[in-house]
Design a protein around this ligand. Structure first.
Ligand code: 13P
Ligand code: SF4
Length: 353
């Protein structure tokens, strides 16, 4: 049974005050792109980018043998790649995950200020005592957490394998303590029926998608399919035809028969979704209802801090290196490596099927 009674109070989150970088003129973008390509080679570096970052960065990652992926594949790719430097274009937990898995590699990020509201909403000094108060539960944390929180966890997981992992733990008779995203936790609890105690944080981007406004948009476009990331509220997920991680949503956009798609996730994903499903009409799910305001407006304010100029600069100077305290890293590696191993076992099973 889901024990909502014990859910802790949410931690207040401050959105970044620095504005996202301004768009650059085409000639400047081309010049920076060439410089980045040269520097990646010279520095034996590979660019690992998330689907939500600026499309110039996604394009560069594709063109230079890097990867554009969901958070699980970013971790797997960086771990498997032979380059001595990983340049992670995303948010802090992605850079830290790369460092946890690859202590011998240099991990750089275009900015070290790119946070995540789920990570900020689950500080280790509050989370650790919460875990200590529930020693009978397996601690499963989303990858969107700090290294310190991962160090306290039994398992790290991303949205692409979360349901499968909880099913696996439930089959073993385990009770779960889940953190930090309560929408994702509620969703997994609903479909697996597992006994899950939830931490109380949300993603500032997905939390703003609105069920009622989405229902109205669906009525206007009855021929459209709704695809949603599971960090969205239950009222949005109830209306979704497909729920999945960023990679799974791109796959769904390609495979669904509908030509029109209403997309409830960060609009940065449209770059890859258009490639995967050329000719399909992509509509952003409504964020705040008619006449209201939205804070993120379907684009992560921290992902938006990654830009061509700060990427070129870190490659040039080696600034913005990610460091994780070694004792914390060693502890965090246990649960993070379990995530990669569990994902590999699922892939193997699927190939064997
Ligand atoms: P994915 O693992 O689906 O890429 O999600 C990461 C994320 O931060 C979504 O908001
Ligand atoms: Fe975190 Fe949400 Fe931004 Fe993803 S989109 S990095 S979950 S704040």
């Amino acid at each position: 049974m889901n024990q909502r009674v014990d859910m802790p109070a949410p931690v207040a989150i401050k959105l970044p005050t620095t504005a996202a970088p301004l768009p650059l003129p085409d000639a400047e973008r081309a010049r920076l792109g060439e410089r980045i390509k040269r520097l990646l080679k010279e520095r034996d570096a590979v660019l690992v980018a998330h689907y939500y970052v600026d499309e110039d960065l996604q394009r560069l990652a594709e063109e230079t043998g890097g990867c554009v992926a969901d958070s699980l594949e970013m971790a797997r790719f960086g771990n498997a790649h032979p380059a001595r430097t990983l340049v992670v274009a995303g948010v802090r937990f992605m850079g830290e995950t790369a460092k946890i898995l690859n202590p011998e590699k240099r991990v750089l990020m275009p900015t070290l200020q790119a946070e995540c509201s789920l990570d900020l909403g689950c500080p280790a000094h509050l989370f650790i005592p919460f875990c200590d108060a529930h020693p009978d539960r397996q601690v499963v944390v989303y990858s969107n957490t700090s290294a310190e929180v991962k160090a306290r966890a039994d398992w790290v997981v991303t949205s692409s394998i979360a349901v499968k992992l909880i099913e696996h733990l439930k089959a073993r008779g385990e009770k779960i303590l889940w953190a930090p995203d309560r929408h994702l936790g509620n969703y997994i609890q609903r479909i697996t029926g597992a006994d899950m105690l939830l931490w109380n944080a949300t993603c500032v981007v997905h939390d703003e998608f609105k069920g009622q406004a989405l229902a109205a948009l669906k009525r206007q476009h009855p021929d459209a399919a709704v695809i949603a990331h599971p960090e969205s509220p239950a009222a949005v997920l109830e209306l979704a035809d497909v729920i999945g991680s960023t990679s799974q949503l791109i796959q769904a956009a390609k495979n669904l028969p509908q030509q029109k798609l209403i997309v409830a996730t960060d609009r940065g994903i449209f770059y890859k979704m258009k490639q995967a499903a050329p000719g399909k009409i992509l509509m952003a799910a409504p964020t705040a209802g008619e006449g209201a305001t939205c804070e993120s407006c379907a684009h992560c304010p921290w992902m938006a801090m990654n830009a061509l100029d700060n990427l070129a600069q870190v490659l040039e100077t080696g600034a913005n290196e990610v460091h994780v305290d070694e004792a914390v890293r060693v502890k965090a590696l246990r649960a993070t490596q379990r995530m990669l191993d569990f994902a590999a076992s699922i892939r193997q099973k699927n190939h064997g099927d």
